[in-house]
Design a protein around this ligand. Sequence first.
Ligand code: ITT
Length: 203
Amino acid sequence: MKNIYLATSNINKVQELTDIINSSGLKINIATAMARVNMPVIEETADTFSGNAKLKAYTFEELTTKNTWVLADDSGLMVDAIQGNPGVYSSRYAKDGASDSENINKLLKNLKDIDGIKRSARFVCILALIGSDGFEITFKGVCKGFIAKKPEGKNGFGYDPIFIPEGHTQTFGVLDKSIKSKISHRARALTKLICWLGSKFNH
Ligand code: ITT
């Protein structure tokens, strides 16, 4: 059984990632960073999802013993009408330490004059896995959709109440979590990772 430590302080990410990995049947044990050592506060200084995902993985790895595998997730929402913002600044769009509703309100305000298909957006997730023998690998997942006019539903986290995934008419906040766990940016990146892990460890 391989141990992989999740370098995140976001409990919603932990839940979504562990649910999918546990149902994959892989012989992988997922341990949360929070359960092992306290995840340090990491200043996300890179201007790409990939840069920030690796930053989180390596910062956490330094706190662990050798032969540890670490997985980090950097993700965010890119809205076409505002040049791909909030992007890597998604968690602190309204201000440092902003709540989900403050970020949502700022985004809806900035999109108030934008209608219909011009409200197109995508969630992006980069998963960075770093291993004990010095390698690193990243996996990308994208989920396209549209920004709703107002928040709906309480499922998920972050921008889920205003994100309507392509092919659906309701937000991730309303849709059952089983749908998000199949089509989200995180699920898509994780499917690639699971496939890679399966080919490496399960035979
Ligand atoms: P860690 O860095 O500790 O992993 P974080 O929440 O700070 O946790 P990010 O820096 O990657 O993570 O910021 C991601 C933000 O993007 C997150 O706070 C949400 O606002 C948004 N986001 C990412 N994935 C999302 C999802 O599945 N649903 C809704 N919003 C999401």
